[in-house]
Design a protein around this ligand. Structure first.
Ligand code: SAH
Length: 213
């Protein structure tokens, strides 16, 4: 669990790359500079941890590409103490970004192996999400709803209705929608029944899976 000056240098570089690719939110860029992404990856990928790429994290899953993490985080416009639900904890890197942006993070993962590893890793790095749970993200967390924002970090064939229902009025749901490729989609809840939809181009995610395991 070492974090060196060399890693810090690579992180500063990565933040620059993300800025060049169009990330403008200074808070997001600052947080990218702080989080030791190499510690979220298997040590054999350590040398590549600060490239703008996705990598395998076990259980057939991937840690999202830094640009994707930054892009989704930027869309959320996180304010301190925002209550945010994340679907797909995975490596915990996106969780860490949201925590360092000051959010109270609730996160769900359906792969038990990843849930266990990440639940141990985050506190070791001093990162404390409000609630990590093992289960099916399609259902959200009705007992903890409503949320200021919800972020889905796997490709969803459809927008799950329970997630829409668990959003505060004025809240945002950021979700990649589609089967093979996904369109980054943001729904803003206008009132009890109406949602405003915005789309932000194509991304590629591992699938959001339902009722397996
Ligand atoms: N935010 C993670 C992304 C991991 S990839 C990171 O940066 O590391 C997407 C994750 O979503 C995988 O870990 C996968 O197991 C999880 N996932 C897929 N379907 C899910 C579901 N229905 N509920 C919760 N998690 C799910």
């Amino acid at each position: 669990m070492k974090d060196t000056n060399k890693h810090q240098g690579l992180r500063n570089q990565l933040a620059k790359v993300l800025e060049e690719k169009g990330i403008t939110d200074k808070n997001v860029l600052e947080v990218i500079k702080k989080i030791p992404r190499h510690l979220f990856l298997n040590s054999s990928f350590e040398d590549f941890a600060y490239q703008d790429k996705a990598f395998p994290i076990g259980a057939g899953q991937t840690i999202s590409q830094p640009y994707t993490v930054a892009f989704q985080s930027q869309l959320l416009e996180v304010k301190k103490d925002d209550k945010i639900l994340e679907i797909g904890t995975g490596s915990g890197y996106q969780t860490a970004v949201l925590c360092l942006l000051g959010a109270k993070v609730y996160s769900i993962e359906r792969q038990n192996e990843l849930f266990k590893t990440t639940s141990l890793l985050l506190p070791k790095l001093g990162i404390r999400p409000k609630h990590l749970s093992f289960g099916d993200g399609y259902k959200g967390l009705p007992n903890h709803a409503p949320f200021d924002s919800i972020i889905v970090t796997a490709g969803a064939p459809i927008i799950p209705k329970p997630l829409m229902a668990q959003l505060k009025i004025g809240g945002k749901l950021v979700i990649p929608v589609g089967d093979k490729d996904q369109v980054m989609t943001m729904l803003i809840r206008k009132n009890e029944t109406q949602f405003e939809k915005h789309e932000f181009g194509d991304f590629k995610f591992v699938p959001l899976l339902e009722n397996k395991n």
